[in-house]
Design a binder for this molecule. Sequence first.
Ligand code: TXA
Ligand code: MG
Length: 337
Amino acid sequence: MKTHIVSPNQEWLERAKEHILQGGVVAFHTETVYGLGANAFNDEAVKSIFALKGRPADNPLIAHVHRDYDISKIVDEVPAYTEKLRKAFLPGPLTMVYPSKGKVSRYVSCGLDTLAIRVPSSLAAQAFLREVDLPIAAPSANRSKHVSPVTAQHVYDDFEGKIPLILDGGACDGGIESTVLDCTGEIPVILRAGLVTREMIKSVVGACGVYEKKAGERPKSPGMAYKHYAPKCKTAYFTAEEIGQAIVCYREEEEKGGRPYFFLESGFAKELTKKGFRVFDLGETGEQMAQRLYAALRQAETQATLLIAIEPSVRGGVMDGVMNRLTRAFGRTNDET
Ligand code: TXA
Ligand code: MG
């Protein structure tokens, strides 16, 4: 199969729709990361996403819909606060988990009685979803555990020859995946931190919890239990206090004939560049770091033999999501992997 990277004009949108109606898989741009989509009503199509990605069978998918799609067709009664959240944040990088009506394929939610729904704001995503007028089950368009894709080329690198179309909407502005919010209880609870922050949600509905998995419990958002976002090169992770050790680690890699790079926020990046070290500069603010994180990891894996992260100093807001991705990419998470 030849994989085409195409602009989401009417002609290609119609071709994309044909593929979807025939049970095929189409990659598409969103404002967070690229998605790998299939008709959420079609069992075989949904199963093929898991096969393509090498995704564990217990990690549920998000159903993507256009802004005017009537979600009451697929989800049950929802708490009153969800209306405020939809008004405030949708279309946008917030995925809301509702009680499911069980109308979409059972493979979308992997047997859970809930369904995650996202209304992406990107023009390319909206055009595609409107054209098909179906819920599209879509994970991020990367091979399982690999770094999420923020350009059409990243998708191509993981799925060349395996999918027919990539709807190219350019680089993704957001850079990390949507916030996943459990909306089945009395107050909303964040299952995966992302671009819509806890502070933002609290300011609209007053309260917002953050899910913490208790020892031995099956995680509520199963995807969070896996090592994820990992570049193909070796990695190491140090706190800012451990900078001395990080430099020793860099030197040792060079002595072995390797090509180490640092991976860190602007302040340190500037200092270390002056001293002649190779660096990837993630920027200064949480938003910048979110936007650059995956692109930098994808670039790093083609250039570095060892990537050495120094923990950023910025905290709060979008950094909750950035730190979650960073510690997973570098194998530094407390969760079981
Ligand atoms: O920004 C995004 O959310 C991107 C773009 C493509 O929309 N999608 C994405 O999908 O990140 P994926 O499959 O990589 O991550 C989906 C996350 C996983 O952590 C999964 O466990 C969680 O959403 N999830 C999906 N359905 C769920 C459900 N019913 N209950 C709890 N968590 C759910
Ligand atoms: Mg993913």
